[in-house]
Every structure is written in C-alpha cells, then in structure tokens.
Design a protein around this ligand. Structure first.
Ligand code: FUL
Length: 473
C-alpha cells in the first residue's frame, strides 16, 4: 500500500514537472518588448502652475496652451526614434485632457479653444498620422472628483476608461499610477483593480496594462530609468497589489527568478528633473550622452525605456529637449551602425566540433542557436581579421521564455583571454568594456533554467566615452 502511495506521489510529481508552464510573453508583450523606447508626456494644469502634484482645486482656466501642436510632439518622437507616446490623460489633480462626461474638471471647462479642445483627440490622430503607438496614463488617485473616496468613484473610473477606449482607441498601453492619496473629502479610495482589469480586457483585449505589478508590464522600482543588472521578466503577484501593496522595489527592479507570470519591467524617467514642464529647468535637460547611458541601463538590460518629455506652456516640446532627443538618436544610429559580427563566422561549438553555424549573426531575431549542454557548448564569433571592440549585444529568443542565468563574454586576442561576467539576457543585453582587439569572442554559459536559445550576438566598437558611467541630473 505504502509503495503504491509513494509511486503515485512520484508520478504526480513527474506530471507536474512535465506540465509546469514556462512563462512566456503574449504576442502583445512581444510587440511591446520590440518597441524598446517610447515617450511619456506629462501635461495639464501643473504645466501652468509650476506644480508636480496639483491639488485638484486649480481653476480650469489655468489650462490654456497658446499654440498646442500634437503633430510637433510626434515629429520630435519620430526624429528621436521613439515608437509611441503615452500621455497623462488625467494626473492626480483630476483634470481631464478630454471632455469627460464624468467630471466637471476638464478641457471643456477651460478657456483653451473656448472649451472645444480635446488633447487626446489631437494626439491620437497625430500618432496615427505619424505611425506611432498611442498610450494613456490615467491616475486612479483624483484630488478633485467629489466621489473619490466612495464606492461610486470606481464607477466613475470605469466610465472614464470606457470613454478613452471607445473614443480614442486603439490604445496600445494603459498606465495605472499606483499612488493613492486623499481626495477632496479627506478619504482614500479603495480601488477595485479586478473590475478595472476586467473592463480593459473587455473593451480592448490587446492593450498592455502597466502598474507596479502588471498585469502585463511592471514598474522597474525606481523613477531613474534603470533596470536591474539582473532582470527577470517574470514576477509573482499573488498577495500583492499596485501601490502600497506592491513587492519591494528591489524585487520589481530584478523580477522573480522563479516568477510564474511574464511581467517585464518598464523604466520610466524624465528628460528633466521634474515630470511636468518648468521653465527654470530649461537648462537641466539631460544630455544625449546621459540619455545614451540610460538606454544602456534600461533597454540594454532587457527592459524598455519610457522617457518623459513634457510639453511647455505653448503646448510644444521645448527646443532644448528636442535637440537632446535628436542627438540621442544620432548617437544610437552612429554607434550601432556597424555590427562587426555580420562579417564574422558565428558558430555554436562543442570542443572543436561545430554544432550550428550562422544563426546568431544573420540579423534575424526570429532564428536562434540552441545550447543544450552548458559545460560543453558555447558560442564563438570568429573575426576574419582582428577587430577592436568594446560592446557586445546579446538577444535571447524570448518568445520561448527567458533562460540564461549566468554567462560570460570572453574576448580572445593572440591566445590571451579576458572575461566579462553577466547574469540575465532577456530581450536584449548590452555589455560594454574598455576597447580591446579581438580575434574571437566566446559566449560561455554557466547557469540556465533550460536549454538556451540565443537569437543574435552583435559586436561593436562604440565611442569609448559612451562606455563610461554618466552623471545624471
Ligand atoms: C508617479 C507620480 O506621482 C508622478 O507625478 C509621475 O506621474 C510618475 C510617472 O508617477 O507615481
């Protein structure tokens, strides 16, 4: 009897192992990973009152951009190589940038365009025109709405989201801020997250939702634009909620190694010290080099970069910001122009035997080389003549999940080797080091969750100054 029981338990255990689901991205999340870099625009009464957190008591008439032009925002986004724009449709002050029927604190009550204006309408149309994805930030915290702090407010929030999806879609990303302060009646709201999620799923199943803990995209745990050096795309969310109930910021930064759900990190950061435009910060716009460094620490660590560029009181992106953005794009284009792997011989080798050839330098992220035995197999990129390099870019084939846990990039020159150790890869891992000559580079894998699938190994010689850490504003 005992034996039958033990055998049954063993069989159940094996079955669990076989059926254990490898967390993988949905098609929408995959598309989101590929976007890599997009813009955030904080715009509203705070732009005109010089606040970061409006009180909700501001008169609607303060919102009055003199020459708002969402097409200019899109032109700047395009020139920066950003793939979309997420706008603060409603920040904590409750002011709606669209004429919502469920609020009396909106563009309709302002003097802008005699109350006939609608920023969301203009931006969603401009994004369509310029081929950019359109995303919306909506703060559940509302310091203006009279129903905030009562169950009725959850209805209001659902109605507002319904307006957004019905009138301004398609919305590619929806951004829920976890902040939960007091409203006008001094009470905090108990957010009905489940209902909010169901609403979006019903109205727009392909929208990816960001909050501290997803369901589709998580916060990277800081507002400096920096992902964890170790960055798992997986997270466990049971028992947690967005805002105060979220996991520790370190966990959000690195993800959970054994996390059950694919909830990758997004790095939000502002190009200026504040989220909203303030004239006195005009000289504090991050430099192209600082932005490039943030790119290495976000996209280069397998996350995405959500860079805030706040329009000014004219309703335009300020010249200083657009110049920095265009030069940031120039840096990326120039430095990642010549992938030296393309002319090299790339193989998976086991000792001196070649297992596969040409799969990681075919410039095709849909093909991959598979590593089945970590202690025997490794990737070799052999340059036909020695090359100076200081940057290696790796891509895991994340469609099938994330596996690499520990690896090294070994630079080999005239029989001498030097190794640079790293942990995770994910969508993209950019590794920089002081420039050196290389005959070969090897990627050695020390630990992984399963077989490893590497889509690309790129090698570059980038401007040496860009490999240095940058001081940030
Ligand atoms: C935070 C907000 O409190 C800030 O004002 C800003 O919108 C930032 C992106 O998220 O939670």
């Amino acid at each position: 009897m005992k034996k039958i029981f033990a055998t049954t338990c063993y069989l159940i255990f094996c079955l669990q192992l076989v059926t254990a689901q490898v967390p993988k991205p949905t098609p929408q999340q995959l598309q989101w990973h590929n976007m890599e870099f997009y813009l955030f625009t904080h715009f509203g009464p705070n732009t005109f009152t010089d606040l970061e957190w409006g009180k909700g008591t501001e008169k609607e008439e303060v919102f009055n951009p003199t020459s708002l032009d969402c097409r200019q925002w899109c032109r700047v986004a395009k020139a920066a190589g950003a793939k979309g724009i997420i706008i603060t449709a409603k920040h904590h002050d409750g002011f709606c940038l669209w004429p919502s029927k469920y609020s009396s604190h909106t563009v309709r009550e302002s003097k802008w365009k005699n109350g006939k204006g609608d920023v969301l309408k203009e931006l969603s149309a401009a994004c369509k025109e310029y081929g950019l994805k359109f995303g919306v930030y909506i703060s559940p915290w509302d310091r203006n709405h009279p129903d905030y702090g009562t169950a009725k407010y959850n209805d209001v929030f659902v109605h507002m989201m319904t307006e957004l999806f019905t009138n301004y879609g398609p919305i590619w990303e929806l951004w829920w801020d976890g902040a939960n302060g007091e409203g006008p009646n001094g009470k905090k709201q108990v957010y009905d997250w489940d209902r909010f999620k169901k609403t979006v799923k019903k109205l727009s199943p392909s929208t990816v939702i960001f909050s501290d803990i997803g369901p589709h995209i998580r916060w990277a745990g800081n507002e400096n634009g920096i992902a964890g050096e170790t960055n798992w795309n997986t997270l466990d969310t049971i028992g947690f909620s967005a805002g105060e109930g979220a996991p520790k910021t370190d966990t959000l930064n690195m993800g959970n190694f054994n996390g059950k759900t694919w909830i990758p990190a997004e790095c939000d950061v502002s190009i200026r010290p504040g989220w909203f435009y303030h004239k006195e910060e005009d000289a504090k716009v991050k430099t192209p080099e600082q932005l490039f460094n943030l790119y290495l620490k976000s996209v280069g660590r397998g996350a995405t970069l959500l860079l805030n560029v706040p329009p000014d009181r004219r309703g335009l992106i300020h010249e200083n910001d657009s110049v920095a953005l265009v030069n940031f794009k120039n840096l990326r284009t120039k430095n990642f122009k010549t992938n030296l792997s393309l002319n090299a011989v790339a193989t998976v080798v086991s000792g001196s035997a070649i297992k596969s050839k040409g799969l990681v330098n075919d410039n095709n992220p849909n093909t991959f080389a598979e590593i089945k035995s970590l202690d025997k197999e490794r990737i070799q990129v052999h340059f036909k003549k020695p090359r100076m390099i200081n940057c290696v870019v790796l891509k895991e084939f994340i469609k099938d999940g994330q596996s690499v846990q520990k690896f090294s990039v070994e630079v080999s020159s005239k029989g001498k080797q030097e190794s640079f150790l790293q942990n995770t890869i994910g969508h993209k891992r950019i590794i920089t080091f002081p420039a050196r000559e290389a005959d070969d580079i090897f990627i050695n894998f020390a630990e992984s969750k399963r077989n490893i699938k590497i889509a690309e190994v790129e090698t570059y010689l980038i401007d040496e100054a860009l490999t240095e850490p940058q001081k940030n504003n």
